[in-house]
Design a protein around this ligand. Sequence first.
Ligand SMILES: NC(=O)C1=CN([C@@H]2O[C@H](COP(=O)(O)OP(=O)(O)OC[C@H]3O[C@@H](n4cnc5c(N)ncnc54)[C@H](OP(=O)(O)O)[C@@H]3O)[C@@H](O)[C@H]2O)[C@@H](O)CC1
Ligand SMILES: Nc1ncnc2c1ncn2[C@@H]1O[C@H](COP(=O)(O)OP(=O)(O)O)[C@@H](O)[C@H]1O
Ligand SMILES: [K+]
Length: 505
Amino acid sequence: MKIFSAAQIREADQYTIQHEPISSADLMERAAGKCAEWIEDHFSPTQPVYIFCGKGNNGGDGLVISRLLQEHGYTVHTCIIQHSPNASADHTLKLQQLREAFPANITEIGDLSDFPGLPDNAIIVDALFGTGMSRPVEGWLAGVIHRINDLRSQHTVIAIDLPSGMIADTSSNHFAVVKAHYTLSFEFYKLAFLLPENAALSGEVHILPIGLSPDYILHTPTRYHLTDRQIIRTIYKPRDPFSHKGTYGHALLIAGSYGKMGAAVLSARACIRAGVGLLSCHLPKCGYEIMQISEPCAMCIPDKDTYFNTHFHTGLADARYKVIGIGPGIDTQPETARSFEQLLHSWQQPMVIDADALNLLAKNPKLLQLVPKNSILTPHPKEFERLFGPAPNDVERLALLSKEAVSRHLYILLKGRYTAMACPDGSIYFNPTGNPGMATGGSGDVLTGILTGLLAQGYTSKEALILGVWLHGYAGDIAAAEHSQEAMTAGDIITGLGQAFKEGI
Ligand SMILES: NC(=O)C1=CN([C@@H]2O[C@H](COP(=O)(O)OP(=O)(O)OC[C@H]3O[C@@H](n4cnc5c(N)ncnc54)[C@H](OP(=O)(O)O)[C@@H]3O)[C@@H](O)[C@H]2O)[C@@H](O)CC1
Ligand SMILES: Nc1ncnc2c1ncn2[C@@H]1O[C@H](COP(=O)(O)OP(=O)(O)O)[C@@H](O)[C@H]1O
Ligand SMILES: [K+]
């Protein structure tokens, strides 16, 4: 799914109005109708509804929702916030229609003292501002937002299109923003919903289709995308019946150290479950038996060193590896760093670089220049900061992520609820699968294994990244459904991979 900017959403509205054709008032009727339907499906007419409307088109939506809910027997109080002497044309029209149909219970709010007292268990509909927000809300208007937020523990707050105060495509960190339980948004996810800094604000997001022009959607390029099944199906390649294990590549995984062999085992298992043809694991001597016993499908190459991987840069050409995955549990010993540097001087195909290998890059940033083009780097936010520095907010962090991916020709992901994947072509994909049960040691090692396994099979770096992160999250969701978010382990994510391949594509 494409993620459009606020300006593009306005263009999509206008394009639809001109080409469907449909009047803007009718498009508003359609959008607000979807919201009213959703509210009717989820809440009973016995609950009082308070709709707070701004004077733009988001407020216009609120006025239509008010009329439609009253037509279906709900008791609605409509509060129009007088933030400006001017109202949009559609707002004016919809207010007139509301006054004609249901003249009672329409009040104007000119400052905070006009804010109504609410009966128990009300539904608050936030239709103050939508995609027209361009600056922080201040003064008594910010007070209205704070008042709504103070009431949220006793009532249900439903934001229309986006929580008021939130800006669709830039950071609204530290602004006054409504904290919604639900956000009913039109046609597309907004970038703002995917940012960790807004996690507490949008609540459960429901995207309601309002029939914006498919032509516009198809032909308008965007920088941001949300991975969905449609994208995954264009990437996934079913196996050729005449294929053999050579078809699916030989991967080398460099992982583990004394006390951290679990990371190597998890990564190796995930790589095998992701479909690699052959897997060799370069391990410290202490890990040899652990791996052989834990994962008989993996071949093992013991290092000269008992406790750490220190000589993994030799013998690579002879083995004809298709891809190298490096990092889980390798530690950051000087000998490991030296071997990594030598590896980077000799290896020119894409790699998957994770965990301590990222920390080695952060310690010696000039090594970043040696990382082969099209490699995949998989930092979590702390590792990202060590590598590329801090950012003042999530939107600027995305800009930094993208800048590094483009300038270095690397694929860099930033882990989180919606893992962001930056590509060298400037695009950024967000992944929706996964859950907080995956916030447990070893989940990242599993991802490294999956990505390495997919690259070995011949998926391009972009394909492996988008598909791998999707499958990882999907398998995590299967694990959570089976074991609960609390009890699931990184190993359960690997077990879920089979079902993820069967049902997630
Ligand atoms: N036909 C269509 O196009 C459809 C549109 N749809 C709906 O329209 C919404 C977009 O409507 P919109 O463009 O009118 O902007 P909106 O979010 O109501 O805000 C503008 C108002 O807010 C004010 N304002 C802004 N920032 C402010 C601030 N910081 N502090 C104070 N005031 C501030 C601004 O005032 P001004 O800046 O002029 O002072 C103006 O009055 C969209 O989210 C969706 O809900 C749907 O019905 C589908 C069809
Ligand atoms: N709340 C969440 N929602 C979705 N995915 C999550 C969530 N928390 C963690 N994850 C995923 O779990 C993985 C954790 O990786 P990482 O922090 O590197 O773990 P570790 O280093 O312990 O292996 C990442 O892929 C991340 O996106
Ligand atoms: K709103």
